[in-house]
Design a protein around this ligand. Sequence first.
Ligand SMILES: Cc1cc2nc3c(=O)[nH]c(=O)nc-3n(C[C@H](O)[C@H](O)[C@H](O)COP(=O)(O)OP(=O)(O)OC[C@H]3O[C@@H](n4cnc5c(N)ncnc54)[C@H](O)[C@@H]3O)c2cc1C
Length: 759
Amino acid sequence: MSAGSAWMLGACGMGVGPLAIYLKGEGWEVSGWDDSTGSPMEFQLADAEIPLLRDPWAAGRRPGLVGRSSAVKPGHPALMLAESKGARVLRRGELLAERVADRRFVAVCGSHGKTTTCGMIVAALAGAGADFGYVLGGLFRDPSMPPARASASSPWVVAEVDESDGTIGAFSPDVTVAVNLDWDHPDYYRDEAALEAVFRALFERTRTAVIIPAGNARLERLAAGLAVPVLRVGPEGDYRARPVAGDHASSVLELGGKFPALQATLPVAGTFNRANAAMALAVTHVVTGAVSSEPLARWRGIRRRQDVLFERPGLRVLADYAHHPTEIAALLRWLRETHPGRVIVVFQPHRHTRTRQYAAEFRQALTAADHALVMPVYSAGEAAVEGGGSESVVAASAHRLVDDRRALPELLDALVAGEEAVVAFVGAGDIERDAEAYAKRQRRHGSAAFTPDLSDLVAGRLSAGAVLRPNEPLARRTTLGVGGNARWYAEPATVDDVVALLRACAELDLRWFVIGRGSNLLVPDEGYDGLVLHLDSPRWGEVTPLGDGRLRVGGGTRLKELCGAAAREGLAGFEFLEGIPGTVGGSLRMNAGAMGGWIFDVVESVEWLSPQGRVRAARRDSFDALYRDCPQLHGAVVLSAVLRASGRDEPAAIRARMDEMARRRRESQPREASAGCVFRNPEQAKAGQLVDRAGLKGFACGDAEVSPVHANFIVNRGAASAAQFIEVMRHVRAEVKRSGGAELQPEIVALGREWRDLL
Ligand SMILES: Cc1cc2nc3c(=O)[nH]c(=O)nc-3n(C[C@H](O)[C@H](O)[C@H](O)COP(=O)(O)OP(=O)(O)OC[C@H]3O[C@@H](n4cnc5c(N)ncnc54)[C@H](O)[C@@H]3O)c2cc1C
């Protein structure tokens, strides 16, 4: 199949994300979607310019192919949308199998260490200067190494194939590398024999060679009598690799047999790391015909595989993906081999079916730690099953169940106090969050002698035009005029200023929020305990005609200025924006609109700063333009946009149409201070009409009043507080619901708060 347009569901996961990046490298137009965001895969997708779109068709794309993670189950709204559009839907494994069908494909399979071995193969082949493509099932620790790459000039592709969902049956590799095999995935396979049968079948479909570890009786049995050569790797293998020296961080292997006779120094320690590395070197030799004495010089490791997050004398905090008893036992062996002191494990079991299957083995494996804390099971979408909870792992043991993850940091602090210790956060679910939070807590404790504040951290890094002030009153920075102070307030003058401020916030764990004109914003009375950024310097308000009906506008440009410039330039199509009192940035984030149009109708491209401080740019078809929302711009700072006129006209005619818009607004909207429409229009109804019909015009709490002119506006008659405004909103919602209307949802944004907590 030639390259087309693809939509990848579950794109923030470790299976689908890399495949999406591989497709993009092959020349496909790729977008993705994931119900849960915040994964580090998102940065890699963003680097590859793969947007996450809820509805790619509405954004102007036409994906003919949809790839899905097995976690995206039939009946998921995204799948139903894809099916209604007639797109071809494939699971990750099926899609990968299609892409590599005519390649020299190296399939890395097995129960444990696939990702590490695959990553080591990538590092060793890259170090040897080979040309090849790859698809990892994880992320490299080095963020500059993408998890996938396509090669147009080489037939070789290395990728992990996953046995967990049966898609392994779609592959016919050139070379199959089986790192090991243990009984797992009881949710999918009837019994061990069924799992073994798919490996045997994969070996039989392999075209050139099967590579297995020497001395693995199960894999020997499955590889018996194959038509292709079976190559064994290990101290006594065809590819001979014997450890001859090493310390806690490196090993020396003496290579022989089919390998060239040499000593290879590897930047890894521990039995299973050496075994994985030896397998990777055997593949490198099969592909390139050579192996050097430092074959893994480029190896920096895989995220969540023995990933050291914090280190100081006496304490190490690390995260590992181990989620099978064999992996946990191997990890704990490695910790004992390489770390002096006590071993403290925090384990989050992954999937109820696996926990039920292996409760006793998990319990046993964890006894190798000095202390084991067990969190509730990460279900990965599974329903709970009898015996599949964490209690079964801790039963009748010294392991401790920790029901509430918020209690973890203090429990751990008490355990690590005193003698040397290593804390390992272990599991394949979302335990990484806890690991990172604990590492951050340790970093903060480490610098307790001097706690810098925001101004210390950005001192000398902001441009001369930038403003940074503590304790800034925000009411006057909004059109509603209520609310408390921001702990910090900044008017950055350059992109570098914004980047410096965001980095400092990340360092301090300080929240931040960007405001425009504050015309759709409610500031709570208690203010905002973070940094408020305001793009107020002239640089952010520039409007530059680009010719060809296009304008580049700064993120802080007021729509009024934009409309004025458009009229002067004779550019039609922006008239509907006249009178909306926001900025370009705020209007894009809110997809502001009026009179049947919305701002994304005139967008050609947007440039923004990601929450991590990276400048990004994308065309219109990388954004979901939803009703009063653009999800891709949540937590972003819009720097500028290129807008396109619908046509040309006489300036006077355009001005006249804008004046007409302004007149209609004057007649239909209140003059008092407000934040615009408070509630979103429910389906098939107007929020204002529902409020009006409930007889609420004029309802007031203090100086906050439902406008008698337009019932979806709550105005500030002079001295309203945010609490009064919220009280009116609560009353309106309750009354509209009581009178048979819908449950109204807020359109306005509450600074730093969730509406569900306020209403
Ligand atoms: C009298 C009145 C009439 C209105 N009429 C309309 C109307 O007809 N149609 C309509 O859609 N809205 C209307 N509004 C609401 C409001 O003007 C729009 O939603 C506007 O787009 C908000 O822009 P802002 O710059 O004021 O954003 P703010 O209110 O300051 O912020 C709103 C959101 O945008 C984000 N944001 C602000 N700047 C940026 C940036 N540079 N980058 C990324 N995110 C940013 C904020 O973080 C926040 O989440 C009206 C408001 C009033 C007071």
